[in-house]
Design a protein around this ligand. Structure first.
Ligand code: ADP
Ligand code: MG
Length: 722
């Protein structure tokens, strides 16, 4: 095994970057693999196109009678790109994407074949979904699950080395119409938010109000590790993170990787990824090195939330598959390496429409912008009232390593507004006249440099939920997660708050209060009841954690075991039912699925800890001990007394490691839990700490055992050899 390590290092050193392709012009790549509106326009009868466009752009009711014509055009386009198969793509309650492929082939009565794709199969599919986690929503005797065409997310062809497939984004529901996926609630939450937002805009006096949609731009962090190393680490292969490994002598303390020059091999990889994304109409925009060595980020230009969510899933798939081609493993795990930064996915979110624009745009004088203040106030109210929900939707076994670990946002959900806005909202709550402080201009003292306006607030990297100029940035989302859950939560709490605001405004105005005063009264109530969620200070420090909990009453739900049960709380159940996003049964099934995933993830890791400790680390340590003992005996034979301490030290680490392995194995045999809540707490409080104990001794052994005995690629090798 040590030979494997040495080989890996030399193979990695000898690797040549894949020959870079000359980047093509964007116009030549853009959306070539997407069945876009313009392709539809060119190939569909006018009336059909009008109807489809109406559904896509204004959320009009879908006219199923046009499906036949769309299917035929879609098939012609896809087959011209080389597709023989089509797939309904859906998004089950895991963070993965699922698809079932069917051929366009249709056998005729005379034995000949033609390609065929009817409206009926475009609109509805029936995969046997019984093996997808559904939290008891469908027992096997009612295993029917349907996929249904989502017209609002464009179809595309996926080209791989194995062929070309037409992919159709769909929702996944049970035969009784229960949502089994992540897309259905996202569409519902958007519709609910649209309704509530439209009402508020009308109360503000707008007569022309286009449908309101949510937007999302998700920044994706990831690690690249050479495949030679990843393949010789069972933990990376099966759990996506290292369960052992002592920190390298040099970590990220120099900050020399962050925004540094991108290594050649990585840049070629990134360009390959971006080319694939462009062809699929995914607007990749930003790329850079991240804080940790071996860590990078890619961010697209923001899009409508439903499309952005599908595109985000595709982005994760493309990152992983392209990495393989370039001899890398792409790690989307939130904490692949202990002791250095983990990976998140900042979900930038805003709401807007074609007539009023971005409803979270404060403009130059936010204090006078009633529309902005109401929408921002609605988010404040929602975040305070339902903060634990926001914590619950980012709760996974892997993300627990990141949240609250002094590098990522804390598990306490608070909101950063920036000094200017915080001041405006404080003035409102104190009933004072409002004004927007202006930051002035930035004079750099050098005539040749431009003068530019100062931003009204600095960035605050420590807040889990920050207002960043014209949108909110939810930063607690995990790098490996679907963005759908977080978007559903944000749209839902906004819909709820806007409904409350609509009611409150109507009440005030019914009393004869004029609009401006009514808005102020409503906002004052929001701030008085919910202002405690606004916090502009350092979210990492201990004082905040104490103050948040003790003085402000903001919950600190440290682990997934603490956070997930929120999904079962009455007020959350009522929220989702009232807003029309998830029924109590659908919500409960989500709790069941996520709880199970948490328990299983830790179980897999615990099994790996036991087997790696027993079959890789223990043998290496014993061989080394044996070699040491022989050397000590030999030395003694010629009268040299030495080496005993190091042998004793090794032995003193091996034994407790084994003891903890036994304790862990023993702990893992417990299976009689009254409820998933109890099982989750057991995993969090008993299993995880025992895994950490084993690791503590194993990592100490890594500092003692001769390097040429050590079986696992080291942190130094994985993070620095490229
Ligand atoms: P930073 O790292 O400074 O947060 P990035 O440029 O890496 O910024 O990412 C910002 C993300 O926010 C991008 O995906 C961008 O398209 C997105 N974004 C910008 N404006 C909006 C908006 N109004 N609504 C939603 N997302 C937005
Ligand atoms: Mg960001």
């Amino acid at each position: 095994t040590h030979e494997l390590r040495v080989q890996a290092v030399s193979q990695v050193t000898d690797r040549k970057p894949q020959p870079p392709k000359m980047p093509q012009r964007l116009e030549a790549l853009w959306a070539t693999d997407v069945f876009t509106l313009s392709k539809m326009q060119a190939s569909l009868p006018k009336e059909v196109f009008k109807s489809i466009k109406n559904t896509i752009q204004t959320g009009g009711k879908i006219d199923v009678s046009v499906a036949g014509a769309v299917a035929a055009a879609m098939k012609d386009w896809a087959t011209s790109k080389g597709a023989l198969y089509y797939a309904h793509v859906f998004y089950p309650m895991t963070n993965a994407t699922a698809e079932k492929h069917d051929g366009f082939i249709s056998v005729q009565g005379d034995g000949t074949v033609i390609t065929e794709f009817t409206g009926k199969v475009l609109v509805q599919g029936e995969p046997d979904g019984s093996s997808f986690p559904n939290g008891g929503l469908r027992s096997t005797f009612e295993a029917r699950g349907y996929t249904a065409w989502d017209v609002t997310s464009p179809a595309y062809v996926m080209e791989t080395d194995n062929g070309v497939t037409l992919c159709i984004p769909t929702v996944f529901i049970s035969w009784t119409g229960v949502a089994l996926d992540k897309k259905t609630p996202l569409l519902r939450s958007n519709a609910a938010m649209n309704k509530a937002a439209t009402r508020v805009l009308k109360l503000l006096g707008h007569t022309d109000v286009a449908p309101v949609n949510s937007s999302c731009g998700a920044e994706q962090e990831y690690f690249l590790v050479d495949a030679h190393f990843a393949h010789s680490r069972p933990d990376l292969l099966l759990a996506g993170r290292t369960l052992f490994g002592k920190p390298p002598a040099k970590g990220q303390q120099f900050d020399d990787h962050y925004f540094g020059a991108i290594p050649d091999r990585v840049q070629v990889f990134m360009q390959d990824v971006e080319e694939k994304m462009y062809k699929l109409g995914i607007p990749a925009k930003t790329r850079h090195n991240e804080v940790a060595p071996g860590q990078f980020e890619i961010a697209p230009f923001f899009e409508a939330a439903n499309v952005a969510s599908d595109h985000q899933q595709l982005t994760m798939t493309i990152l992983k598959s392209t990495a393989k081609k370039h001899g890398f493993a792409c790690l989307l795990h939130e904490k692949p390496f202990a002791g250095i930064n983990g990976s998140g996915k900042h979900v930038n979110w805003s709401v807007g429409n074609a007539t009023q624009g971005n409803l979270l745009d404060p403009g130059d004088t936010p204090h006078a912008n009633m529309q902005f203040l109401l929408f921002c106030g609605a988010v404040i109210r929602g975040l305070h009232k339902y903060g634990p929900l926001l914590r619950a939707v980012v709760a996974t076994a892997s993300n627990d390593h990141r949240l609250g670990a002094n590098e990522a946002p804390p598990a306490i959900i608070s909101m950063y507004l920036g000094t200017q806005l915080e001041q405006v909202f404080n003035q409102i709550s104190q009933g004072q006249p409002t004004s927007s402080a202006h930051a002035g201009v930035m004079e750099l003292g050098v005539d040749t440099l431009p003068i530019f306006p100062k931003d009204p607030g600095d960035r605050n990297r420590t807040s889990p939920f920050a207002f960043t100029g014209n949108r909110f940035e939810f930063r607690a989302v995990g790098s490996g997660q679907s963005v759908s859950g977080p978007l559903v939560a944000m749209n839902t709490i906004l819909a709820d708050s806007l409904t409350w605001i609509g009611d409150a405004l109507e009440n005030e105005m019914a009393k004869g209060t004029e609009l401006n005063a009514a808005v102020h009264t409503v906002l004052k109530e929001v701030m008085d009841k919910h202002g405690a969620v606004v916090f502009g200070g350092n979210g990492y420090c201990e004082e905040w954690h104490k103050m948040a909990v003790e003085e402000r009453g903001l919950p600190n739900l440290r682990t997934t075991a603490d956070a997930l049960p929120v999904l079962k709380a009455d007020y959350i159940e009522e929220l989702f039912e009232r807003v029309g996003v998830l029924t109590p049964v659908e919500l409960e099934s989500r709790f069941d699925v996520y709880a199970e995933q948490y328990i299983l993830a830790i179980e897999v890791e615990a099994k790996l800890v036991v087997s790696i400790a027993k079959t890789m680390i223990y043998p290496a340590a014993m061989r080394y001990l044996s070699e040491l003992s022989t050397a000590i005996a030999n030395a003694k034979a010629i009268g040299i007394e030495m080496g005993k301490e190091s042998a004793e030290k090794v032995a003193a680490l091996i034994q407790p490691m084994l003891d903890n392995v036994s304790k862990l194995s023993e702990a893992m045999t417990k299976h009689d839990f009254a409820a998933p809540e109890e099982h989750m707490q057991y995993s969090a409080q008993i299993i995880r700490p025992l895994m950490d104990k084993v690791r503590e001794y194993a990592d100490a052994l890594e500092s003692e055992v001769a390097d040429d005995f050590w079986p696992l690629p080291t942190y130094q090798e994985m993070l620095f050899v490229k």
